[in-house]
Design a protein around this ligand. Structure first.
Ligand code: URA
Ligand code: CA
Length: 436
C-alpha cells in the first residue's frame, strides 16, 4: 500500500477500506507516514468527507492506537457523558454524583481547560486536597465502592488522535465533521464507555455556530456509536450564553453544590436532570425517560445527590466540608460589580468573550504552562431575557488584583459581551434537538 495512492483516492472522492484507514492511522502514529502526507489526506477528507463506515473505521483505528481502559470489573453498564466544550459548563460535577445516586456507575476521565473553556479536572482541584491522579486499580475500586470517580486523562489514550488533532490545528482541517466526530468518539471508546451521552453545544460560545451544523455533527457521532456497538444519544444544547451563572473554578464548584441541593440556576439544573435521565435510561436503571427524570428530581430533593457528592469528594481526598460550608472554598480578595449603562432587557451574552474574560482574570490558561487561580472568575447576575435597570449589576468580577487599569479593562470587556436592548428579548430554549 502506498500512502500517496490513498491520498489521491480520497482527493478524488473515493471510499477507503478499513485496511487502508488502519494503514494510514498506524503509519502516522508510529512515524512512518510524515506530517505532510497526513496533512494532505486530512485536507482531502475536509473537502470530500467520509461515509459512516469510513468514519467508524477511523474512530476504531484511533481508539486502538494506544491504551484502552478496561472497565469490565465494574458491575453495570458504564455510561459516559461528553460535552463538545462550553463556557461555565459545570454539568459533569453535578452529573457524576447525581447519576451515581440513581444507580448508574460513573467512571469518568476528564480533561483540563485550555483557552476560553474550563476543564472539569481543574475545577475539582479547587477543592482542597482533591486528587485527580489515581491508578487504574484505585479508579475501578472507587467506582465499584461508591459509584463515581473522576480522574485526569492519563496514560497513552488515543495517541493517534492527539497527533492528528495537533496537525489539524495548524492545517485548517479542524472543522470537518467526520474528523471531529471520530476524534471525540475515539477518546470515549478508548476510555471504556459502553454507552455515550453527548452534549453538542451550539451557538456563539460553541464549536458549531449553527443548529444545522450541530445536528450533522451529532448525527455523525450517533452513527459511529451504532456502527461500533456503543449506543449513543446526542443532545444539542444552546451555548448562546454561559451555562448557569458561574464561570471560574471555585465559583463553579459552589454552583455545582447549589445545584445538587436544588438551589442552583434553573438552566443548569434543567440540563443536568435531562442528561441524568438519558444516562439512567442508557444505563438500564430506568424503564422510561420520564421515570428517570422523576428519579433525578427526587434524588436532588431527598438529599441523596448531595450525600453522594460528599462521598465522592471524600473518596478522592478532598475536603468534603465545602459542601456544607462553601467558605472553605478559595475566594477572591476583590469583587467588582459591572453595572448596566441603560434600562432594558438582556438581549444577548457572548459566552466565548465572557469565557475569555474569566481566563484573563486567571481562571483559565492561555497556554498549557499557565497556572490557574482557583478563586477568580465571573459571576453573572443576569441571564438573557432578564430585565435590568441602569446602574444595576450585570455581573461580578472576582479578582486577585485591583489595579485601576486592569479593573477598567476587565469591566469594559465584560460589559461589551452583554447586549442590553429596549425591547423584551426572548430566551432561546436550552435544549434544541435530540439525536438518537
Ligand atoms: N474536540 C475534540 O476532541 N476533537 C475535535 O476534533 C474537535 C473537538
Ligand atoms: Ca456555570
Amino acid at each position: 500500500m502506498r500512502t500517496v495512492d490513498l491520498i489521491q483516492r480520497k482527493r478524488d472522492g473515493l471510499e477507503l477500506s478499513r485496511e487502508e484507514i488502519e494503514f494510514l492511522i498506524n503509519g502516522f502514529t508510529n512515524g512512518d507516514i510524515p506530517d505532510y502526507q497526513m496533512s494532505a489526506w486530512a485536507m482531502a477528507v475536509f473537502y470530500r468527507g467520509m461515509n459512516a463506515r469510513e468514519t467508524a473505521d477511523l474512530t476504531m483505528a484511533m481508539a486502538r492506537s494506544g491504551d484502552q481502559m478496561d472497565l469490565s470489573a465494574i458491575p453495570g453498564v458504564k455510561v459516559d457523558k461528553h460535552s463538545t466544550g462550553g463556557v461555565g459548563d459545570t454539568t459533569t460535577i453535578v452529573l457524576g454524583p447525581l447519576v451515581a445516586a440513581l444507580g448508574v456507575p460513573v467512571a469518568k476521565m476528564s480533561g483540563r481547560g485550555l483557552g476560553h473553556t474550563g476543564g472539569t479536572i481543574d475545577k475539582l482541584e479547587a477543592i482542597q486536597g482533591f486528587t485527580v491522579e489515581r491508578t487504574r486499580e484505585q479508579f475501578v475500586r472507587q467506582v465499584s465502592d461508591i459509584g463515581v470517580a473522576v480522574i485526569s486523562q492519563s496514560g497513552n489514550i488515543t495517541p493517534a488522535d492527539k497527533k492528528l488533532y495537533a496537525l489539524r490545528d495548524v492545517t485548517a482541517t479542524v472543522d470537518s465533521i467526520p474528523l471531529i466526530a471520530s476524534s471525540i468518539m475515539s477518546k470515549k471508546i478508548a476510555s471504556g464507555a459502553d454507552r455515550i451521552v453527548l452534549d453538542v453545544k451550539t451557538g456563539s460560545g460553541a464549536f458549531m455556530k449553527t443548529l444545522d451544523e450541530s445536528i450533522h455533527l451529532a448525527q455523525a457521532m450517533v452513527d459511529i456509536g451504532e456502527q461500533v456497538g456503543r449506543e449513543t444519544v446526542a443532545v444539542i444544547t444552546n451555548m448562546d450564553e454561559p451555562l448557569g451563572l458561574a464561570i471560574g473554578n471555585a465559583l463553579e464548584i459552589r454552583e455545582a453544590v447549589d445545584t445538587l441541593r436544588g438551589e442552583g440556576p434553573a438552566d443548569l439544573e434543567a440540563l443536568c436532570i435531562q442528561f441524568a435521565a438519558y444516562m439512567t435510561v442508557l444505563g438500564g436503571q430506568a424503564a422510561s425517560f420520564e421515570e428517570a427524570k422523576d428519579r433525578a428530581e427526587q434524588a436532588i430533593r431527598d438529599g441523596s445527590a448531595i450525600a453522594k457528592l460528599k462521598q465522592f469528594i471524600h473518596a478522592q481526598g478532598g475536603n468534603a466540608s465545602i459542601v456544607d460550608d462553601p467558605a472553605h472554598l478559595p475566594s477572591a480578595p476583590y469583587i467588582v460589580e459591572v453595572p448596566s449603562e441603560s434600562d432594558g432587557y438582556i438581549k444577548a451574552m457572548d459566552a466565548e468573550s465572557l469565557g475569555i474574560t474569566a481566563m484573563m482574570l486567571g481562571a483559565g490558561r492561555a497556554t498549557k504552562e499557565d497556572v490557574i487561580d482557583m478563586a477568580v472568575g465571573v459571576l453573572l447576575k443576569k441571564k438573557v431575557g432578564d430585565p435590568v435597570q441602569a446602574g444595576e449589576a450585570l455581573l461580578e468580577l472576582h479578582m486577585n488584583r485591583d489595579e485601576k487599569v486592569f479593573v477598567q479593562e476587565m469591566s469594559d470587556r465584560a460589559r461589551q459581551a452583554i447586549t442590553v436592548s429596549q425591547e423584551r428579548a426572548e430566551r432561546t430554549p436550552l435544549i434544541q434537538a435530540v439525536v438518537t
